[in-house]
Each structure stands twice: as C-alpha cells, then as structure tokens.
Write a protein that binds this ligand. Structure first.
Ligand SMILES: Cc1cc2nc3c(=O)[nH]c(=O)nc-3n(C[C@H](O)[C@H](O)[C@H](O)COP(=O)(O)OP(=O)(O)OC[C@H]3O[C@@H](n4cnc5c(N)ncnc54)[C@H](O)[C@@H]3O)c2cc1C
Length: 552
C-alpha cells in the first residue's frame, strides 16, 4: 500500500492512492490522521472548513464554549500533550479550544496532510480494487483502502425555513457557521431565533451587547448554571500525575469523564434529603444535574422532582412571572433534550433591553425588509438576525458525503427505520468504512473528545489486524449488526427521553421510535468494543482480493 500526494495531477494520471482517507478535522479526524500515520499508513485528510477544529471552527458565535469540563474535554493519548497544555478555566471558550486544536495540529505535524476548504462529495466503493474512489467539490480524485468519516454528529446544520430571507435588508448569521469577520452587535437591534444549547449561549452574550434583543422561542429548554471559574486544580494535578491511568479510568465511566458521584435511586432519600442534593448539584452546576438520582431518566415521578426544582429556580431568578412561566419547560421531562449549561441565561431576561417573544402558537410568518413578522401580524424591526436552529444530526454528514457501496446503495438506504450499525462505528454492506462516534455509540451522550480517541484507536487496531493477517477488506456481518442494533434499542427501552421528539430520536412512519445514541454508557460500550476486538473482531468478515479472484 503506497501513496503519492499530488492534488494538481492532470486528470489523465491515475488518482493518488492512500491507505486511509480521513474526512473531517475535528477531534476525531485530527487524532485519526495522527494515529494512522504513526502506524506507517499513507493518509490524507479532507476538511470542508478553512482550518482545523471541527465544530469549534464553525461555531464561533459569541458565548460559544464547551459544557463538559475542559480538563476532561481534551485529548488523553499523549501524556506530554496533556501535561504541557494548561486550561485557563473550567469551561474553555471557543477561542481557547481553537488554540488547543491548532496546537495539537502543529505539535503532531497533522495540518499539512489535510486539504482544507475541500468537501468530499462522493465516495464509491470499487469491489474489484477494494478501494473507495473519492471525489471532492474542488475536483480532486483520490482512492483509498479505508475510509474514516470523522465528519461529526453535529456538523450538518439545519437550513433556515423562513420565507423572505432574501428580502431582509439587515444581516443574517447562523451560529453553526458564524462568519470569520467581526459581526457588529453593539447597540444594534438583534433577533435570536432558537433556544437550544447554541441559542442559550448566544443570548447570554448578545444580551450584554445589543441595544435591543428579541429572543424568538418556540419551546423552552431546561438550562442549568455552569458556574464557570478556575479548573478543579486538585483533580487536574491528579490527572497530570498519571494521564494513562486516568484515560483508562474515564473509559470506565458512563459519561467518559471524572464526575465522581455515583447516583442512587430517589427513593433512598427523604424529601428533605432530595432537596438538599438538588441544591448541592445546582451549586456545583453543569451536567451533574442530569444524574442526581439514578432513576430520574426512567421514572416520570422522580424526574418531576428535579424538573420542579429547576422550574422553581427559574421563577426565583426571572422577575416577571409571565416571562418565567414562558421560560419554564412543561412539554418534556428534565434532561430529555440536550441539557443547556449557561452563564446567567435566565437572568438575561431581567435586562431592560431583552424581550422574549413566544412563537409556539403565534409562529414566525416571514422575514420582511426590516425584520420579522408573526402570523398574527406583530412586527419586530431589527438590524441583525441570528439563527440558532440546530443540526440534522448523526446521519446527515454521512449521507451528504455521497458514500456508496458496490450496488450503489447509501447507508441511509439501509437505515430507513433508524440507523443500523455495529458499535456505531461501521455498518454492514459497506466494507472498509468507519465513522467514529456514530449512531449506536454513546456519542453525544458522553464526553466527545476522549471518546473520539477510543473510537479511532478501535478502528486503527481493526485496520492493523487486517494488515497483519493479509486482508484487504473488513466488513460487519448483518448478524452482528442486528445484535448490536437490538442491544442499542434494548437499553433505551425504558428511558423517558425516547418519547420526546428531539434530534436523538428517529420516528418512523408507523410511529415507532428509535433512540439513536447508545444509552448504556461509555463503560459498557468500551467493554463490549474491547471484547469484540479480543475475539479477533467477532461479527466481522475479512477478505482479500487474491482469494476473491481465486473464487471467481
Ligand atoms: C456548538 C457545539 C457545542 C458542543 N459542545 C460540546 C461539549 O461541550 N461537550 C461535548 O462532548 N460535545 C460537544 N459538542 C459535540 C461535538 O460535536 C463534539 O464535542 C466534537 O467536537 C466532535 O468532534 P468530531 O471530530 O467528531 O466532529 P466535528 O467537530 O463535527 O468535525 C467534523 C468536521 O467534518 C467536516 N465535514 C463534514 N462533512 C464533510 C465532508 N463531506 N467533507 C469534508 N469535511 C466534512 C466538518 O466541516 C467538520 O469540521 C458540541 C457541538 C456543538 C455544535
């Protein structure tokens, strides 16, 4: 297996061939490129954005920051890297995350192997050569033996559905593709549409800058305080003292992090003790609120204890009772949509320059030349509209890349009733295709930075196994896929969030629902992934071209 890298080769020349093509330069793709090169493989990377960073490159809106603690949300594969880098606060901002990922790209000499501003538009499997033929939007053609789609789960933004966008004379920006140039907010009349995680972070910052901010809210979301501040130095020192041990330790936790507390059922506590625990968790802040009681994600009555506590907090913070009610989610249990983690989100609505506009019943009709008009005729004149509309999660980045197997089928052709994968890493019928942190893995339910490392290592070991044994192809069997897909469904059967419409749930025409990520926890996932590998990739079929041509 060899490669020559020449993107300017004339069309008549054979396409450059690589052992591995990596698509995406976020946490997954950067580590993937490094890891595969370390194995002595020839690798090239493609990234649609203009630089490294993945979501942190694209989502550069004001207030953008991680909501998992930085000392966990980073790479663990290199002791030196972990020790040399110092996070400046508990939850790093987008600029600090970008400095970190650029540092990683330079330190491990990754950058020069990526083609930026280059989107993969088709990837067709050729069974005769056992290679993918890759085409990009810039007209590049390369072939590769293994295709690693590190394209992320939240990289395909929803298209704005609003009529009249081209009529609006002011500026429109999207949080998911925030412009690289400065966006003028200070003193202007601004609208934010969308109150998910990105919307919440944006609103907190824009509220401080704008002359007038209108927040258009269709459905309120639960949000808990971040209480950002210095990192937990005691824990940070402990991790730095033995990074490798701590790396294994986080892979043995459900959330892939250092959250210490193991929750017990609510029934183990008196009501007074329950309230004390809730107050304690609120004071600590962050995602810990989603795991105070082990049964809060399973039992409505236990979830109500947490949800009512948070609603009371909203009422206590927001001065106008009518606004507080509008901001209090009543249509979904606590933690059943992505939990937002904020800095003064609810207090922002106490500002004189911030107005909440309820568009649940009275929807946005269209954009006008000067602003936004609702169905009932209400008009809001603004200079800038910020769209925070979320993503087509999980499957869209794969389908947008035009992956096809020998029969011309795409993964989505097989996934009409929900994604079907083994470990959320690969799918039957598509040889040599891998997609770290994909549907059917813990994915967005657990800390995504080190989780990407685990997936890439698993993929690298699988490729290495194939090479060591002289195989050209590896493919999940349908049986293994049926087994894993049934397991993913099984562990999600009893969770409340399966019944709430959000980007983690696939709803079929017959009303049946599939919860897409693996809810069994990173620890359980890692154990099973390691077992499959230890059993020589049980459930996978390996092949080589020589035996194929002999059989033919
Ligand atoms: C605003 C925001 C905040 C988040 N906060 C957290 C958090 O606090 N904690 C957490 O664990 N997770 C968080 N996430 C989830 C986030 O997706 C992961 O943390 C992580 O960054 C994913 O890394 P990745 O490498 O898998 O994918 P990404 O970072 O999504 O990178 C994928 C890259 O692939 C590129 N790409 C896609 N398709 C193509 C193509 N066809 N051709 C070429 N390039 C392509 C994209 O441009 C993108 O740069 C957040 C996500 C968002 C959007």
């Amino acid at each position: 297996m060899t490669a020559s890298r020449n993107s300017t080769a004339p069309a008549a020349q054979p396409s450059p061939d690589y052992d591995v093509v990596v698509v995406g330069a976020g946490f997954g793709g950067l580590y993937g490129l490094h890891r595969f090169r370390q194995m002595g493989l020839s690798v090239v990377g493609f990234e649609g954005g203009g630089g490294v960073g993945g979501v942190w490159y694209h989502n550069r809106y004001p207030g953008s920051r991680v909501d998992v603690e930085s000392i966990d949300y980073c790479y663990y594969f290199s002791d030196e890297l972990y020790r040399d880098w110092t996070w400046s606060e508990r939850y790093a901002t987008q600029p600090e995350l970008m400095r970190y990922l650029n540092h990683v790209a330079d330190r491990f000499d990754i950058r020069r192997h990526f083609h930026f501003n280059t989107t993969v538009t088709s990837a067709k499997w050729n069974a005769d050569s056992a290679r993918y033929q890759i085409t990009t939007n810039t007209g590049m053609h390369v072939t590769c033996r293994f295709l690693v789609m590190a394209t992320g789960q939240l990289s395909a933004a929803r298209k704005p559905p609003f009529e009249g966008m081209d009529r609006f004379k002011g500026d429109i920006v999207r949080t998911s593709h925030w412009p690289e140039h400065d966006v003028n907010i200070a003193g202007r009349r601004v609208a934010v549409i969308g109150t998910g995680s990105s919307g919440v972070q944006t609103i907190c910052e824009v509220g401080k800058l704008a002359g007038q901010l209108y927040v258009f809210q269709r459905s309120p979301n639960f949000s808990v305080p971040a209480w950002n501040g210095p990192v937990n130095q005691v824990l940070y020192d402990k991790i730095k003292a033995d990074v490798a041990v701590e790396r294994e330790a986080i892979f043995n936790t459900p959330g892939c992090n250092h959250r210490a507390r193991i929750p017990k059922p609510a029934g183990d506590y008196t009501p007074a003790e329950q309230q004390a625990l809730l107050e304690e968790a609120w004071a600590v802040g962050g995602h810990g609120m989603a795991a105070i009681f082990s049964d809060q994600s399973l039992k409505q009555e236990v979830n109500d204890i947490v949800a009512n506590f948070v609603r009371d907090k909203i009422r206590a913070i927001v001065k106008d009772p009518a606004v507080a009610e509008l901001l209090s989610p009543v249509d979904h249990p606590f933690g059943t949509r992505r939990l937002c983690v904020d800095t003064d989100y609810f207090a922002t609505y106490n500002r004189d320059n911030v107005t909440l506009v309820d568009v649940r019943e009275n929807a946005i009709k269209h954009f006008t030349e000067t602003g936004i008009e609702l169905v009932n005729g209400d008009q809001y004149e603004v200079d800038l509209i910020i769209l925070a509309l979320g993503f087509h999660a999980f499957t869209a980045p794969l389908s947008n890349a035009g992956i096809e197997n020998e029969k011309g089928e795409r993964p989505n052709d097989h996934w009409k009733t929900g994604p079907r994968t083994v470990l959320g890493i690969t799918t039957a019928g598509f040889p040599n295709l891998f997609f770290p942190t994909g549907p059917g893995s813990p994915s967005v339910l657990a800390n995504m930075a080190p989780q990407n490392e685990f997936h890439i290592d698993w993929i690298a070991n699988c490729i290495d196994y194939a090479r060591q044994h002289g195989y050209d192809t590896v493919e999940a069997t349908v049986e293994a896929q049926d087994k894993w897909t049934a397991h993913v469904a099984d562990v999600s059967n009893t969770i409340l969030r399966r019944f709430v419409n959000n980007y983690m749930v696939h709803v079929n025409e017959d009303g049946s629902r599939v919860f897409i990520p693996y809810v069994g926890g990173m620890d359980r996932f890692a154990r099973q992934a390691n077992e499959i590998a230890a059993k020589n990739y049980e459930g996978f079929r390996f092949g080589n071209l020589a035996s194929r041509s002999k059989a033919a």
